[in-house]
Design a protein around this ligand. Structure first.
Ligand SMILES: Cc1cc2nc3c(=O)[nH]c(=O)nc-3n(C[C@H](O)[C@H](O)[C@H](O)COP(=O)(O)OP(=O)(O)OC[C@H]3O[C@@H](n4cnc5c(N)ncnc54)[C@H](O)[C@@H]3O)c2cc1C
Length: 396
């Protein structure tokens, strides 16, 4: 099977490889997302069209015509070179595409450029103590008072709330409407009076997410995306982008390459783990799953190129991708033996402890953005058109 994309694209691939050859030393490696090095790298990538590639120039992007194959080549080459393809996060991967689709011109002008440049960091205020998988049951309220919304309630698991400049937040504005039609989508600053953030320590021992409380938080009326009461449609547009970004097959390929290298160096009883048939068999199984993810990604790609529906193929990305990464990182922990159990500042750590932290992080991503069980429900009901599960409405 010939999977090359033709001469124009192979020339483009060479161009990307050349860029990486010349600039890879400038790429950040684990620095803070606010550091100068990260922000400079982001700008360099935008200027060369390797991130924010199709975002129009008037909003700070590179302004290229959409070309799915070029996008794919960039992702592949950056993965092969093990170089950061720029910033991600909820603002860039979820809010920006949604604003491009549903935002007003003023919102696009105000938010997209600083967000893609990494200067404006966002958090996502969806989940509440009583509304996770059943998100439409959310209760945080916003009532209109003159030219302002007044927000009251509580969110939970709000990743990066403690460092975010802004939040995109789901609130109930029409308490008497059916639950999916009573929600609106607001944008507001995280330093607005009345917001309290309490950190939640997760099993990586970092406090990456938070409880976020709102008491009479005043938000200008125009900071709403979509119409009042139509926040559910906006939220679903965002969840599609979030799920796409959580199962990236190229990131899995980068980690697979790193794992293969690790297995060439780790030994057991004097034998390299890569030469041990049991561990090599486990590596092959993971490699097979990474390849399956990449070919599924190609299926999505060719469906898009041919204007065909890729919904079902897209639906499995989050489910398969996050579970695959959890297993991949877990294999690395196994092959390191007792060193695999080391953590934090242990001097014997390999690769700065990234295998251990990613293993735990991806357990979180199996839950975040919609759990695996919910993904399976979506695939069976909407993808395979199996009977829908009975809806049990909460009382009260
Ligand atoms: C790392 C991480 C980051 C997150 N970041 C954010 C964020 O930034 N912003 C935000 O708003 N939220 C965030 N979340 C929250 C996340 O979206 C929710 O945890 C998730 O939607 C599940 O909701 P829940 O925790 O309330 O679990 P529940 O909905 O209470 O589910 C509990 C269990 O029941 C299962 N279950 C529930 N309903 C069904 C069903 N109908 N069929 C089968 N099984 C079912 C679930 O799969 C799960 O195993 C994050 C979560 C994690 C882990």
């Amino acid at each position: 099977m010939d999977l090359s994309h033709g001469s124009e694209y192979e020339a483009f691939r060479t161009e990307v490889q050349q860029f990486l050859h010349e600039h890879k030393d400038q790429a950040p490696r684990g620095e803070n997302m606010r550091s100068r090095k990260v922000l400079d790298w982001q700008r360099l990538l935008i200027d060369n069209g390797y991130t924010a590639r199709t975002i129009p120039r008037e909003y700070g992007g590179f302004g290229a015509d959409p070309d799915i194959l070029k996008g794919r080549i960039i992702a592949e080459e950056f993965a092969n070179a093990r170089v950061s393809q720029g910033l991600g996060g909820q603002g860039i991967s979820m809010l920006v595409p949604t604003l491009l689709e549903l935002g007003t011109e003023e919102q696009k002008q105000q938010f997209i450029k600083p967000t893609i440049e990494g200067e404006m960091v966002w958090c996502q205020g969806y989940s509440e103590p009583g509304a996770g998988s059943d998100l439409a049951s959310l209760r945080t309220s916003a009532t209109l008072d003159g030219d302002e919304w007044v927000v009251n309630g509580q969110k939970i698991w709000t990743s990066t709330a403690h460092i975010a400049d802004w939040i995109f937040c789901l609130v109930r504005t029409e308490p008497d409407a059916p639950k999916h039609r009573g929600i609106s989508f607001l944008l507001f600053r995280m330093d607005t009076p009345g917001i309290e953030i309490r950190p939640l320590v997760d099993m990586t021992l970092a406090a990456n997410f938070n409880e976020t409380f709102f008491t009479d938080v005043h938000v200008p009326k125009h900071q709403i995306v979509g119409e009042r009461g139509q926040g559910w449609q906006v939220a679903n547009a965002i969840l599609g982008h979030e799920r796409d970004s959580l199962g990236d097959p190229n990131a899995s390929l980068t980690r697979l390459n790193a794992l293969t290298e690790l297995m060439k160096h780790e030994t057991m009883g004097g034998q390299r783990l890569i030469d041990n048939p049991v561990y090599r068999d486990r590596l092959m199984k993971i490699q097979g799953r990474v390849m399956a993810m990449r070919f599924n990604d190609m299926r999505v790609l060719s469906a898009r190129l041919n204007n065909k529906n890729a919904t079902l193929a897209r639906m499995i990305t989050k489910l398969q991708g996050t579970e695959l990464r959890h297993d991949l990182e877990g294999l690395a922990i196994d092959i390191m033996g007792e060193v695999g159990l080391a953590y934090q500042d242990n001097p014997y750590l390999r690769d700065g402890g990234s295998w251990q932290s990613q293993y735990m992080y991806f357990l979180g991503l199996i839950i975040g953005g919609g759990t695996s069980q919910i993904q399976k429900n979506i695939i069976s009901e909407r993808g395979l058109e199996m009977p829908r599960e009975p809806k049990v409405e909460k009382q009260g």
